[in-house]
Design a protein around this ligand. Sequence first.
Ligand code: AMP
Ligand code: MG
Length: 418
Amino acid sequence: VLSVASALKKLLKEFSAVTPEVVPLLQSCNRVLAGELRAPFDLPLFTNSSMDGFAVISEDVKNAGADHPIELSVIADIPAGSIAQKGVTKGQAMRIMTGAVIPSGCDAVVPIEDTNFSDQPLNGEFPWPIRINKPVKPGDYLRARGQDVLAGEVVLKAGTHLRPQEVGFLGMLGFEEVPVYRPPRVAILSTGDELVRIGSALDSGKIYDANSVMLASQIVESGGEYLDLGIAKDNQDEIYQRLESALLKQVDLIVSSAGVSVGAFDLVRRVIEEHGSISFWRVNMRPGKPLAFGKYRGIPFIGLPGNPVSAFVGFEVFVRPALEKMSGLKNSPRPAQKVKLAEEIHSDGRESYLRGIVFQKEDGMYAKLTGHQGSGNLRSLVQSNAFLIVPSEVKSLPIGTEVSAWITGVNHQADFDE
Ligand code: AMP
Ligand code: MG
């Protein structure tokens, strides 16, 4: 039985980035940049004021102090977006707003707070006097042209995940469109005679197909698109027919749930073997040991276990990294946080992903389990905010042991009391 790490390595070898496309900037959030981008111009594009105040010649006010202010003559106003019509000479200043172009002759701005300026209406006639209470040095309260970005410089590398801040940054640089990888397309197949589509009546012995909606949501959350292949009965021909329908839709990956363990009706594996190949079908993990990877007629195939918690974990451990690689991201291990156990934990020697709650105490981060860890119990997953990872070979961990945790997101309903 393969370790999680070697199974993941084997699996990821079979994936590469999907084709790029060009999208409007506003549609680029959560996509991955498909080529490097260079700045078309400097940022800031012009030297401007970082404060509302007075543009001055610093030499003029170098001896200013609260008890000996220096008086300058204000000759104009410069709102943001306009340009002063003339320069400033010795003894003069201009009132300037944040973001406005520094007029020629000036080398610093004195913030309003360091002057005797009050918001009382002026009669609008220039010049008027202003008293400066503090000296400034050349460059003070200026944002110099090119101090953040120089024209021609690479501002974002290929493979960058575009977050709202990157979108804003590209907006600053005037990009209307950006090259990104298209979302990977994933087909989802549920299998089992007991499954019923949500919305239909539940006859006795039947259950709703929870996995397909959960997996679809995980796919969307990972930046992919899904194609629902529906529910296949435990019957080889039906499984085959539904897998065939994925081929027509040109998916990048097929993900199924259930039917890959050793039960009498675990037919998915057989169909894949008949029309493709299985690279592995068991992984040394808990939950989620029966997990198959292979190809169906050339398309990568991941067969997740049927139990919903196992399917979820299998997705997080194997499908998400595959989707990230297809989306153009460089594979990097998921960030884990070190937490201390607030309770003793038992495992069976497989690499375990236990549902837990990570919480803050004065002396650091702690974790406890969300109770009954059955792999059919989605409620324990809902109550959790993290997976606590117990390495293979380990059977019990006492209180206070440090373990790695994957934070799965803020759970505002989590019960943080001990
Ligand atoms: P199997 O791998 O087919 O033996 O399924 C293992 C368990 O997962 C069984 O209890 C199934 O009823 C359950 N199961 C399988 N598929 C789904 C699904 N799509 N939604 C909810 N539970 C499922
Ligand atoms: Mg089944």
